[in-house]
Design a protein around this ligand. Sequence first.
Ligand code: CTP
Ligand code: MG
Length: 234
Amino acid sequence: MSKFFALIPAAGSGARMGNELPKQYLSLNNRPMIYHAISTLCQNQYITRVFVILAPNDNEWFKHDWLEFSEKLVVFSCGGLTRADSVLNGLTAAKQKDLVDTDDWILVHDAARPCLTSTQLDKLISELAIDNVGGLLAIPVADTLKRSNTENRVSHTESRENLWQAQTPQMFRYDLLTRALRNATSINVTDDASAVEALGFHPKLVPGDAYNFKVTYPQDLALAELIIQKRNNP
Ligand code: CTP
Ligand code: MG
């Protein structure tokens, strides 16, 4: 039986957030942002372990107490220069420690998506567990899309038909994902699915919800805090 593992790449610097502290450690409801994703993933009954991939020079992680997650949480300080490198290095480290098999499922989730719910997570796992390729949470594009020219004037309106915004978790088997990420080193992918697509596969889009947005800019932090506070005090 294949097992399920979560892997959180958390080796980014959060340049667009513009804070000296990497965004995954910014305070969100009195916890470092990454705590929320770890908590949701660790509580999931199907997930065997949650791997967190830190930058090698990260010393912020060790200032916090993670004992509540016991051995379900496994930390590797092997992040790379890009997200894809961090994920691939993490997969390699987990395999070297004999923690995963090649046909196990890996759910890659951004540290900067703190509002993932267990409902969305369960939906992703149940829709993909018998899939041949794997896939990702995503939402159909709602806004009208404009393509600009170099002067920031509208060149034309793009059709939003069949367009989706990719989220995470993105769920693929260990062997396909490692193969895809190794192949992707020269093609600058920003998510796992694009690496898998580059091998000619068609990942499945599992409709998610807008709450699972990625905290990227300063105003996103306040929004995520509101969502989490509301959930804690309905
Ligand atoms: N990430 C990573 N290793 C990198 C770059 C990114 O593990 N070399 C992780 C981030 O920590 C984050 C996820 O990939 O959890 C999604 O990346 P993004 O939102 O782009 O975060 P940052 O790269 O940190 O932010 P920015 O692009 O604004 O610098
Ligand atoms: Mg980035």
